[in-house]
Design a protein around this ligand. Sequence first.
Ligand code: SF4
Length: 392
Amino acid sequence: MSNSILVDNQKTQLEIHLRRIQRPRDYQQICIYKDVNPLEWDDWHWQLQHRIHTREELSKIIKLTPEEEKGIEKAKGRLFMAITPYWATLIDPEDANCPIRRQAVPVSAEFVASAHEMIDPLAEDRDSPVPHLVHRYPDRVLLLVTDHCGMYCRHCTRRRLVGEGEQDNNFVSRFEPAIEYIKSNRKIRDVLISGGDPFTLEDEIIENLLQGIRSISHVEFLRIGTRVPVTLPQRITEKLVNMLKKYSPIWLSIHFNHSKEISKRCKIACDMLSEAGLPLGSQTVLLKGINDRPYLMKRLVHELLQIRVRPYYIYQCDPVKGTQHFRTPVSAGINIIEKLRGHTSGYAVPTYVIDGPGGGGKIPVGPNYVLSQAKGKYVLRNYKGKIYTYLE
Ligand code: SF4
């Protein structure tokens, strides 16, 4: 390849990179939102009610590709398209490969299933002794409290469950059997509340749930999994935060995938949660063409630390039906960890895991630093490839 072609390629790469990290549009720059009152814009109910569901609505904001048009038409029923107006401001209207856009807009590749993909790759339905509860490890349970989310991510592992029906706000009928199950099983010390997104429930329902769980003396550790600070940061209100504080300690696992998601508004939401004393961790799904390059992941983990979110996990994208176009080789994840560990602060290095298909749980995968092991002796390599011997 000639030098001039190389230089042109590098320029193109740089332009793409700069586009991908640019900051969001102000919502008033988008014609269909120009007359929206700022109070309405910052109201999470308004954002949910005005989510974008159709090709016609979305084409007023971005220029759709034929692939996207077909995808939107097919994505009816479960995991239908639902994009908050806020998320739409983060989308690059000109770039079909914009990382924000690819996570939200269906494409026809979603409707092609590859041979090894499954509907429920983590076998959660099999390990569910009562409705809404998954019990796999002796001391931990997962409570799936809603099938609603702020936005429906196209790579969602729980696409079999999320995105349909009316929100059922009847606490007793919904969660009582799960609460009773936790009460009667004294080994359970850790409860993860997830869904869907628990923060799409009204404050009173979340509070009932937290009260119910906190009244069980053997439950020590309470976690909530959410993507709302990223897709619908308006949901993090003072009222919600003050209520959560009462049931402290509660740890939050927030699903972040790209540095472009960390807008000023998202930072405000994370600041409110941190200042209420809620420890924040991130869970990231490794996604082809979105965050599978080490420099992109490095930017994400650095920006997360700046908003007080500790990078916790990078997940290999689960083999769920219709996600083949998002999945990277495992070597891409290992390479990312290789380029992070030792090359940046330890707090910025998450654990890369594969959720064992069929219910194996999270299995850490990473570069190999132990080169050999004999009695009383380990031969190790460091992040620069230098060899060291450790004698026990
Ligand atoms: S927020 Fe979570 S549960 Fe909801 S669609 Fe996205 S990945 Fe799935």
